[in-house]
Design a protein. Structure first.
Length: 553
């Protein structure tokens, strides 16, 4: 080869190298100047990851400090299928450690079209940690809390439940979610190419949720639920509910419905069963509503307890003919007897003298037609017609508890006002939040002390001589009222076989410590409040007075 040819080849090779280096230099400059920020973000995303640090959800306690809802440590296991080399082996390892089905896990781990799949949400912490110690490339772990309800069925209709993301979905878990949840934190971690954490390079602290202390007493709640289950079974009823309240403070000691549910199994329970019907549902109260008319007449000075009325067997009101529950002839009854014997004719006679405007104002004064303000979500305000929409016959049915719909909470608050010397107190379920001051419920006087005492005495006669004798408790004087109301028919009018039986009263009469309401929806075999609901009231009252160490009177 000539020297000239060799020099030419050397120059050509040098030119090629120069061209390659020029292209590389230009490419590097372009990447450095134009693509630098985008590539930097890509690199950061590949090696850095910001993850949420979930706060501890606050615990829910009953009034004596018993845990009703707690957070239990759990670890969520996830996988990046693109980093897993042997999906079958990893599926087997996961199945052996966590107890999941390897055959169901394998397709998820083998599908490289996804960069993230859940292996198991909120896995048992010990099992997940055992799996983590095996250092399997492609598996990731992060701590979570799993909501646990230690009392299972007891109080579940009040507490509600939280979902898999630890967010409240019903009951107090929902209405108090912001208080219980706290604030999330963050931390930034650096990972190697295989997804393993190398170091934490930054963090933002969060704050745990606050604990909540309820007025509910676990022991009373459990007993009330047992009584309701027995009552529902005895009368083959559609449902039953009960409320136990301290009339002096408005504190709800028990708020129960049956059939109930176990909050730990909430995903498998129907929405209808998880609803607390004592708060969300309405019913026509029947004769328990008669205290509104009697209180209005006494407070206005129109009547006294001894005022006597000559009452025919029936009374015509517009197109309706009103009669008492039991057939009778013409009788003379005083106001006390009208209430104790639950005379429809007598109450309507008094109501007509009062007039619709005065009756309507007392319905509002007792709190019917608006929410009580309790912390539970979904509270109904009931159904109350304004006076300008009353028909000619309305004054013949509303005063006796027909054509009006109330909630159990509204009714127990009304009777609590009578037990509390005429002062209505807002019902509440939350005693305090965290280390805060106790809740101060709203109060308002709705009648004089004298009127409240007069009605209280009449309600005592209901139990001792009237329709509520089965509500008696040995050693205690009881005041209360029975209610039996036909349910509205879908076609208009009232059903001939669907009723709501109820009893509401307080004990002891002289210094009432608890007010108790029991409602039984669609009982079979009997419909009367004095037969169906009053015995359940007596059983709850007997237990509660003994448990609270209320001295016999």
């Amino acid at each position: 080869m000539s020297v000239r040819l060799a020099n030419r080849r050397i120059r050509l090779l040098g030119a090629v190298f120069a061209l390659v280096f020029s292209i590389a230099f230009i490419r590097a400059g372009w990447l450095q100047a134009i693509r630098a920020q985008a590539l930097d973000r890509m690199a950061s995303n590949q090696h850095r990851q910001t993850i949420d640090v979930q706060p501890h959800r606050g615990t829910i306690y009953d009034r004596r400090g018993l845990e009703l809802a707690i957070g239990s440590p759990a670890i969520t296991v996830y996988a990046n299928p693109r980093q897993i080399r042997d999906p079958r082996a990893v599926a087997v390892a996961v199945g052996q450690t966590l107890g999941v089905d390897p055959d169901k896990m394998y397709p998820l781990l083998a599908d490289r079209s996804h960069g993230f799949v859940y292996v198991e949400r909120q896995a048992d912490a010990d099992k997940a940690q055992a799996l983590q110690r095996r250092n399997i490339v492609g598996l990731g772990f992060y701590p979570e809390e799993k909501r646990i309800y230690p009392q299972q069925r007891v109080g579940s209709s009040v507490v509600g439940y939280a979902g898999v993301d630890n967010k409240g979905l019903s009951g107090l878990e929902l209405s108090l979610d912001r208080v219980l949840t706290g604030r999330r934190g963050e931390k930034t971690i650096v990972k190697d190419p295989f997804g393993r954490t190398l170091e934490v390079v930054g963090s933002k602290p969060g704050s745990d949720g606050q604990n909540v202390y309820l007025t509910i007493d676990h022991t009373i709640q459990g007993q009330v639920e047992r009584v309701l289950r027995a009552t529902q079974e005895r009368w083959q009823a559609r449902s039953a509910s009960a409320v136990v309240m301290d009339p002096r403070t408005g504190a709800i000691l028990a708020l129960a419905v049956e059939p109930g549910f176990n909050a730990n199994r909430s995903p498998n329970v129907s929405d209808d069963r998880k609803r607390n019907r004592a708060v969300t549902d309405t019913y026509e109260p029947g004769s328990t509503f008669k205290i509104v008319t009697i209180s209005a007449a006494l407070e206005s000075g129109q009547v006294k307890a001894t005022t006597r009325y000559r009452l025919p067997p029936t009374i015509q009101v517009a197109d309706r003919k009103i009669h008492d529950a039991e057939p009778r002839g013409t009788v003379t009854l005083n106001v006390e007897q009208i209430l104790s014997l639950s005379s429809n004719v007598g109450v309507v006679t008094i109501a007509e003298a009062l007039g619709k405007d005065r009756i309507a104002s007392w319905i509002k004064r007792f709190g019917f037609g608006r929410r009580t303000g309790i912390e539970y979500p979904g509270e109904s305000k009931g159904i109350v017609l304004p006076p300008n929409k009353w028909s000619g016959s309305t004054i013949g049915n509303v005063p006796i508890g027909q054509g009006i719909a109330v909630t159990a909470l509204q009714m127990i608050a009304a009777y609590s006002a009578i037990a509390n010397e005429g002062v209505w107190v807002e019902p509440h379920l939350v005693e305090r939040v965290g280390n805060g001051a106790p809740v101060q419920p709203a109060r308002r006087r709705i009648m004089s002390v004298g009127t409240a005492q007069a009605v209280r005495h009449m309600l005592r006669q209901v139990v001792e001589e009237g329709t509520g004798t089965t509500a008696q408790v040995p050693g205690y004087r009881i005041a209360g009222k029975t209610g039996t109301a036909a349910k509205p028919d879908e076609r208009g009018g009232y059903s001939n076989y669907k009723y709501v039986a109820s009893f509401v009263g307080f004990v002891p009469v002289k210094n009432p410590r608890v007010v108790i309401l029991v409602t039984v929806d669609e009982p079979k075999g009997a419909i009367w409040g004095g037969v169906v609901a009053a015995p359940a009231f007596a059983e709850i009252a007997k237990f509660t007075t003994q448990y609270l160490e209320v001295a016999p009177d």
